[in-house]
Design a protein around this ligand. Structure first.
Ligand code: PMP
Length: 308
């Protein structure tokens, strides 16, 4: 069983706080109705020796879009967001590990959307510098909620109730992750990543209107594919197409690019040529071994890093 890390510090109410003191009141809307929006952001040690946060501006922009849809006022600028992240990372970074940063905006005041006040809360967790191993991907009986109920476009923790149910379902059947189908029975995404499928030499992924998050990694993968002269198309994907695909991978900030070796009860080659090519380039670019104009990295200033 995986245990949640307990890093030394979290960040809330504008400052670093010891992990055990990072608490909120049981009566607030963030607790009673799960009112929040969040981002999961990745940082990698770069070949130039600096620590780089990937696509930070894009994560901030998506956080604002999610907050707008849930009517959560955002009181901080991009600069303040960046500075807060630098402060937390600076206190937690070690040379041996990359980091995954969760930036959450919690509704700490307000009632049914009136008088909402929110706080930016940051936590960051150490990550091994290893590339992901192939996994088994099941197809869940739970469906991605639709755009008229809890839109996939909003990155809020309440959207992950379905993901949690699907993971519990999958665990009992030896699947490490599960595909969520949409209300039309087509592929939406997995519990925390987007789906990539190869058929006849073309890479496909479902568009956001099929019930997928507007993924930052997927946009990056599309750019990587194009830079390698591979054809990448967004279009709806039937469940049966996935079952007979030539190659499958899932992608996301945390999952990165995970090869799939089993889809439902069908084995599939996890190291097919197209997605392997993309994966190899992916890890070179995120670590700064190769540069690309479409890639964006924000360095944590050396002066902020308190070495552990
Ligand atoms: N779908 C879901 C449900 C996710 O949680 C994530 C991870 N944020 C993704 C897709 C991939 O999005 P991104 O590439 O922006 O991390």
């Amino acid at each position: 069983m995986k245990k949640l890390q307990r890093p030394e510090f979290a960040y809330m109410q504008g400052k670093l706080v010891p992990w055990d003191e990072a608490v909120i009141h049981v009566g607030c809307e963030a607790v009673s109705r799960g009112v929040n929006v969040f981002e999961g952001i990745k940082g990698y040690w770069q070949v130039n020796g600096r620590f780089g946060i990937v696509f930070l501006q894009k994560h901030y922009e998506r956080l604002l879009r999610s907050a707008k849809l849930l009517h959560i006022p955002i009181q901080f600028t991009y600069q303040e967001f960046e500075t807060a992240i630098f402060e937390l990372l600076g206190s937690l970074l070690t040379r041996e590990k990359d980091m995954w940063i969760r930036t959450t905006v919690l509704a700490i005041e307000g009632y049914w959307g009136e008088g909402t006040k929110a706080d930016l809360v940051l936590t960051a967790y150490h990550q091994e510098k290893e590339e992901p191993e192939p996994i088994n991907l099941g197809i869940s009986t739970w469906l991605r909620s639709n755009d008229s109920s809890l839109p996939a476009r909003i990155k809020t923790s309440t959207n992950y109730q379905v993901s949690r149910l699907a993971r519990i379902e999958g665990r009992a059947q030896n699947f490490q992750d599960m595909v969520l189908l949409n209300q039309w029975g087509r592929v939406a995404e997995s519990t925390g990543s987007c789906i990539l499928m190869v058929r006849n030499g073309v890479i496909y992924s479902p568009p956001a209107y099929e019930g997928a998050l507007e993924s930052i990694t997927l946009d990056f993968v599309e750019d990587l594919a194009k830079s390698l002269n591979l054809k990448f198309i967004r279009r709806p994907i039937d469940r049966t197409e996935l079952l007979i695909a030539d190659e499958i991978a899932i992608c996301g900030t945390l999952s990165e690019l995970v090869p799939i070796q089993m889809i439902g009860s069908n084995p599939i080659d996890p190291f097919g040529p197209l997605l392997t090519k993309i994966r190899e380039k992916f890890f070179k670019v995120v670590r700064g071994e190769e540069t690309e104009s479409f890639f964006d990295v924000t360095y944590v200033p050396e002066s902020k890093i308190i070495s552990h």
